[in-house]
Design a protein around this ligand. Structure first.
Ligand code: FES
Ligand code: FES
Length: 220
């Protein structure tokens, strides 16, 4: 009997203890939520006031929605602060003719023109070209989609093998012919020296540039 009476008594005590614990837990959670709300409100109000008094943009802030001049069109695009031009062109603008090989300025597969000068787009930050003119392999075709004379010359010289390096070779050759319409073979070799070709078609590409120069490709 004693055990019977003691048991409910201790059970009751435990129940009260549990209730007290639950209560204190509930109180604790409520207080945490309340203090969080106060902190957020304080941050909002105080931060807002700070924002009101601050002149100009927050330090480190970069406008992400930018306008780019690509292939003669203005393209609005959301660009991360550290995004490379190759990434923007391929994965935001769908211009997949620009290839990504090494992604570290070694192979030339990603070559594009910026203000008519050849650059490795994998090593150029997109935000740095916002006021400049970008041309990709898609931008050099003729008005009716015909091949650029450099592309035509490369085809005639059987330069593209697997074709992976071809867009980069084309863009380097176009940049060369824009600044030097009648290059020597050595000048061509130097201009294309940053474009690696795993198929080893270097002579074919050189022949193609010389053919394009002879055909007056620079005037197109
Ligand atoms: S991918 Fe840009 S140089 Fe190789
Ligand atoms: S044609 Fe294959 S990498 Fe140059």
């Amino acid at each position: 009997m004693n055990e019977f009476r003691v048991a409910p008594a201790s059970g009751l005590a435990r129940a009260r203890e549990d209730e007290a614990t639950r209560y204190s837990r509930r109180e604790f959670i409520k207080r945490v939520i309340a203090s969080g709300a106060v902190a957020s409100a304080a941050t909002y109000i105080y931060g807002g006031l700070q924002g009101c008094s601050r002149q100009g943009p927050v330090p480190g802030f970069v406008e992400r929605l930018v306008s780019l001049n690509v292939n003669g069109e203005t393209r609005r695009v959301d660009v991360l602060p550290n995004e490379t031009l190759a990434m923007t062109l391929r994965y935001k603008l769908g211009l997949t003719g620009t290839k990504l090989g090494c992604d570290r300025a070694e192979c030339g597969a990603c070559t594009v023109l910026i203000d008519d000068v050849a650059y490795n787009s994998c090593s150029v930050l997109t935000h740095s070209v916002r006021t400049r003119k970008v041309t990709t392999i898609e931008g050099i075709r003729g008005p009716n989609g015909e091949l650029h004379p450099v592309q035509q010359a490369f085809v005639e010289e059987l330069a593209p093998q697997c074709g992976f390096c071809t867009p980069g070779q084309v863009m380097s050759a176009v940049a060369l012919l824009k600044r030097n319409p009648k290059p020597t073979r050595d000048e061509c070799r130097h201009a294309l020296s940053g474009n690696l070709c795993r198929c080893g078609a270097y002579d074919n590409y050189l022949n193609g540039v010389m053919r394009a120069a002879a055909a007056g490709a620079a005037s197109t």
